[in-house]
Write a protein that binds this ligand. Structure first.
Ligand SMILES: [Zn+2]
Length: 484
């Protein structure tokens, strides 16, 4: 395969040896070569030829550094390793993405890799992948020292929920991305290297270089605007998703019109245009998971006691009524049997501590891991779920969000924050989004609050009247279509 980019001396001892779709850089340290990224398997020969075309011997490559584990940066490694005795570096967190070779070294954050005249600072900048690393090193040119820098994973398509689901990655990767961009802003960079050519306009700058006396790659004004653009792109991904995949959760079903947490309520919610169902789980005296909200059964049945004081058969004696409509208590498993295959999201609230493993088992049994989020007002319950079933998404319902709340959520791997609807503003949603959190307010008492929450760019909300929310979302989409 022929290269679509000519290899060239980019600046000082740095050479471009990659392709348009995947950059590779060669550093001549005076005591051996360092190669950063190996591109696709299909273009490994191109890299080898490019190295030769520049007059280097590929056998002199001593180190191969990988910015992250994706195929377009590591696919060429097995082939290059056949041609060299190089030692390879990658983050331990990205080993899951690679195949066909075994790394020799894992980076540590802040590690300096030295060879000849070059010391490369390796900085952990996760987000694009869990183990993305960025590189910084000094380059001497005509007696002056310049700082070269590369953001090891700038792409934001990998922050989309669908992609994160597919790769079994946490939504919190989004928060890591923003943190990494902040970290990178602290570095001064004169020579901005891209691991994709479109990051630093490698092709255009190379063409300018051919007809110019100055080197367009040496330009300290390029780094910060690039990082700001990365940030904007990531924000745009989250904002677009907040509209395109907003979840209108029928709260305990369409509970404004029908008896809450019953099949009647859930089906009514669906007919009314909800694309999510929120429900509550407790365990009966005889160990069956049922959908029930209150601590006691008094409000719905008039009888005394808790759900756990009754067997399922006893609870089935009661009929719940709202607006003259009646229905009976629902077993979680029956609910999942009827709704699991539907293209909807489930918000499952744990109402009793200690039943977390049984809930997780049921979610696994009906294969709704990717479209269920398990929530609770009890932080220890969602932590217990996550410890038992790390693949599940968890969220915390809370009456008061503090910095500690957010720190706790990130620590236990919770991807969703559920604040009170009255506390949600566009500013706060933006802050929580930057932490990587999905924002799903609760307590939407009236339509005005409903509109306010939707307009705050939250990702979903629970409402007792999903018909009204569905209508508002349709109207807003129409306005967007008409006026942009
Ligand atoms: Zn990538």
């Amino acid at each position: 395969m022929l290269g679509d980019m000519k290899p060239f001396n980019l600046a000082g001892n740095i050479y471009f040896v990659g392709t348009y779709k995947a950059s590779s850089h060669l550093i001549d340290t005076g005591d051996g070569l360092i190669l950063i990224d190996t591109g696709y398997a299909e273009t490994a020969d191109v890299i080898a030829e490019s190295v030769a075309e520049l007059g280097f011997d590929i056998r002199d490559v001593k180190y191969i550094l990988h910015s992250h584990g994706h195929y377009d940066h590591t696919g060429g490694t097995p082939k290059i390793l056949e041609l060299t005795g190089a030692k390879t570096f990658i983050s331990e967190d990205d080993v899951k993405y690679i195949s066909g070779w075994k790394p020799d070294h894992f980076y540590r954050d802040g590690q300096v890799i030295s060879l000849g005249n070059t010391q490369i600072l390796c900085v952990a900048t996760p987000g694009h992948t869990e183990g993305t690393f960025s590189f910084f090193f000094d380059v001497d040119i005509d007696g002056k020292t310049y700082r070269a820098g590369m953001f090891g994973g700038a792409g934001t398509n990998q922050l989309k929920k669908a992609y994160l689901h597919k790769k079994k990655c946490s939504w919190l990767n989004r928060g890591l991305y923003f943190e990494s961009v902040e970290r990178l802003k602290q570095e001064h960079v004169d020579i901005f290297l891209g691991n994709h050519t479109w990051n630093n306009q490698t092709k255009e700058n190379y063409e300018r270089m051919l007809v110019s006396d100055t080197n367009p790659f040496i330009d300290e004004t390029k780094w910060l605007p690039f990082l700001q653009k990365c940030e904007k792109d990531a924000e745009a991904v989250m904002l677009k998703e907040s509209r395109d995949s907003f979840v209108n959760y029928a709260h305990r079903g369409a509970s404004e019109y029908t008896p809450e947490n019953t099949f009647l309520a859930f089906y009514t919610g669906m007919y009314m245009g909800a694309n999510g169902i929120e429900t509550d789980v407790q365990m009966t005296k005889d160990g069956v998971l049922v959908l029930f909200h209150d601590d006691t059964i008094t409000r719905l049945t008039g009888a005394e006691g808790r759900v756990s004081d009754y067997t399922l058969d006893e609870l089935r004696q009661y009929t719940f009524e709202t607006n003259g409509q009646t229905d009976k208590i629902v077993v979680l498993e029956d609910f999942l049997r009827q709704f699991a295959f539907r293209d909807i999201t489930f918000a499952i609230e744990i109402k009793q501590a200690g039943i977390e493993p049984q809930i997780a088992d049921m979610i696994r049994k009906y294969h709704v891991e990717d479209k269920a989020i398990v929530t609770s007002f009890m932080p220890e319950c969602i932590r217990a779920i996550k410890e038992y079933a790390p693949e599940l998404h968890i969220g915390l319902l809370t009456k008061n969000v503090t910095d500690d709340t957010v720190a706790y959520l990130k620590q236990i791997g919770a991807e969703e924050i559920c604040p009170r609807a009255v506390d949600v503003t566009p500013e706060k949603t933006a802050i929580w989004h930057r932490e990587g959190l999905n924002v799903r307010p609760w307590g939407v008492k009236n339509e005005e609050l409903m509109r306010q929450v939707y307009d705050s760019m939250a990702d979903g909300m629970t409402v007792n009247f999903p018909d009204k929310l569905a209508k508002y979302i349709r109207e807003q989409a129409e306005i967007q279509e008409l006026f942009g």
